[in-house]
Each structure stands twice: as structure tokens, then as C-alpha cells.
Design a binder for this molecule. Structure first.
Ligand code: NAD
Length: 294
């Protein structure tokens, strides 16, 4: 069985690593937070003393880190992991980062004859726990085929978006639309309620009408309209406002680099930024409804 190094064991990486262990894989894990490592050790992983220690002899290196700067500083530079990963290993970076950063790391890896794919995910913490994530892959098709048996243990849908960085572009486009659609859904509900409608009744109507969105059907932002979603749990769990803001920032970066117009994406970014500065950065992103309702 292959040796897997897994680095970054947070809300997403932790459950993803546990699913690989459940499937019988042998994992060496590392995170800066000791309690995150302990959870994996309890599940059967071997604890590494550092990221460099984790990748020694690994066939696969999987990383799930917060943002571009974490991924670049982990892999690049004189003390970066690329200097310690064996030439026949495959790097699978599942973090959501700038396409430019993904390309930079993939290029540096390629120069050392190390294969790499970017494989950001969609599906949230629920999908990570259930092993039903969607993987959106950029990089060589051979890399994806080597990774596939592992990705299938953590996810249900696997797409090849194109060359290095393409997975990130597709992921960012999706999340920009998600941010816009959630804000739009929240605005429509707020308008209806302010004009006397019951939010549950209005949600049922929109769910079966042309304004239907993923947000209204499966992730309703209005408290009390749906069970087991963040709006019914004080906006805890789920996908944080600051993470949405990060992704909308990545969309803006991608738009600038190509001269693309993203007026709705920028408007959504502004809304989430205001909401975050009002102290809601750690709340689920569906709490944007609180900025819009009377
Ligand atoms: P998180 O903050 O819960 O976890 C990140 C982990 O990385 C932390 O445990 C942190 O200690 C660790 N880390 C940071 N730098 C490190 C380093 N140098 N070495 C080792 N460990 C390091 O974040 P998350 O929610 O798990 O998200 C991870 C990525 O997945 C992000 O890019 C996010 O945008 C993306 N994502 C998140 C969700 C979600 O619903 N949370 C959904 C899809 C994609």
C-alpha cells in the first residue's frame, strides 16, 4: 500500500485524511495545531515531527492549507518541501489558492521532475466527512489517473478542468457564483419577509419557481426554514464569511489578470467584506442575510 503524507488537518483536511485511513491507507500527518494531529493519530495515522519529516519516502503528498501564501511557503524556497519530496512522488494540493500560485508551485515541481496536480474541492465540511467531495483537477492527465484511487476515497465527483492551475480557475468561478447566488437569495427572502411573507412559504415557492438556487433548496440562509444547515445552528459550521471573501478576492485577482469584467462578483465581495468587518468573519457565509434583512 502506498505511503501518503497529509499536511493540513483542519476542518476539511482532517476528515479527508480520516477517510483515507478508513479505506486502509497508511498516513503520515502534520499540522501546526497539535490537537488536529492528535485527532488523526487517534484514528490510526503516524505523527510526523515536521512537514519535511512527513514527506520522507512518501509516494503521495496531499496538502490542504488555508491560502496561496501557505502553499507557496510550504513547497518553495531553499527550505521548501520540493527539496525533500522524492522524484517519483505525486503532489496533490487540495487547497483553494490563486491559479497563479498553483502554476508557480507546479512549475517548480516540474523542474525537479516531481509531478503535481491542483485538486481544489467543492462540497464543504459535510462533503469532507461523508467522502462525497467534488474534486476539480488541474495538471497532467497522468497525474489525475495516479491520484484517482485516492480521490475516490474522499469524493464522489472528479473533474479534469485542464492544465496546471485550471482546477483553481474552475473552483473560483464556481465560488464566485455561489457568493453572488447566496447574496441574491438572501436579498429576495429579505424583500419578501419585509413585505409580509412567511420566509418558509416564500422559500417553498421559490424552490419550485424560476428563481430556484442551490442556496434556497439546500442551504437556506433564513433561520428556521430548514434543518441541519448553518442558519439553523447560529451560522456555525459550514463555510466561513472570510473564506468566501478569500475566494471572491481570488476571482478578482483572476479577473484583473485577464481584463475580465466581474461586476456582480465585485459587488458580492464588497457585501461580504462589510459583513466581515462587522465582526462576522467566522460565521457561515449564509449569514449575509443579516446584512440585508430589516
Ligand atoms: P482550516 O483553517 O480549518 O485548516 C487549515 C489547516 O492548515 C489548519 O489546521 C492549519 O493549522 C494548517 N496549516 C496552515 N499552515 C500550515 C503549515 N505550514 N504546515 C502544516 N499545517 C498548516 O481550513 P479548511 O476549512 O480546512 O480549508 C482548507 C482549504 O480548503 C482552504 O483553502 C479553503 O478555502 C478550502 N475549502 C474549504 C471549505 C470549507 O467548507 N471549509 C470548502 C471547500 C474548500
Amino acid at each position: 500500500m502506498s505511503q501518503i503524507a497529509f499536511i493540513g488537518l483542519g476542518n476539511m483536511g482532517g476528515p479527508m485524511a480520516i477517510n483515507l485511513i478508513k479505506a486502509g491507507h497508511s498516513l503520515v500527518v502534520f499540522d501546526l495545531v497539535p490537537s488536529a494531529v492528535q485527532t488523526l493519530v487517534n484514528a490510526g495515522a503516524k505523527q510526523a515531527t515536521s512537514a519535511i519529516d512527513a514527506v520522507k519516502g512518501a509516494d503521495f503528498v496531499i496538502s490542504m492549507l488555508p491560502a496561496s501564501q501557505h502553499v507557496e511557503s510550504l513547497y518553495l524556497g531553499e527550505s521548501g518541501l520540493l527539496q525533500h519530496i522524492s522524484k517519483n512522488a505525486l503532489i496533490i494540493d487540495c487547497s483553494t489558492i490563486a491559479a497563479e500560485s498553483a502554476r508557480r508551485v507546479a512549475k517548480a515541481a516540474d523542474a525537479l521532475c516531481i509531478a503535481m496536480i491542483d485538486a481544489p474541492v467543492s462540497g464543504g465540511t459535510g462533503g469532507a466527512i461523508a467522502g462525497t467531495l467534488t474534486f476539480i483537477v488541474g495538471g497532467p492527465a497522468e497525474g489525475l489517473e495516479r491520484a484517482r484511487p485516492l480521490l475516490e476515497k474522499m469524493g464522489k465527483n472528479i473533474f479534469h478542468a485542464g492544465a496546471a492551475g485550471a482546477g483553481q480557475v474552475a473552483k473560483i468561478a464556481n465560488n464566485m457564483l455561489l457568493g453572488i447566488a447566496m447574496a441574491g437569495t438572501a436579498e429576495a427572502l429579505a424583500l419578501g419577509v419585509a413585505n409580509g411573507l412567511d420566509p418558509k412559504v416564500l422559500s417553498d415557492i421559490i424552490s419550485k419557481s424560476s428563481g430556484r438556487t442551490w442556496a434556497i433548496e439546500l442551504y437556506n440562509p433564513w433561520p428556521g426554514t430548514m434543518e441541519n444547515v448553518p442558519s439553523s445552528k447560529g451560522y456555525t459550521g459550514g463555510f466561513g464569511v472570510d473564506l468566501m471573501l478569500k475566494d471572491l478576492g481570488l476571482a478578482a485577482q483572476a479577473a484583473l489578470s485577464t481584463g475580465s469584467a466581474i461586476p456582480l462578483g465585485e459587488l458580492a465581495r464588497n457585501l461580504y467584506a462589510v459583513h466581515s468587518t462587522q465582526g462576522n468573519g467566522m460565521q457561515d457565509f449564509s449569514s449575509i442575510v443579516n446584512l440585508l434583512k430589516k
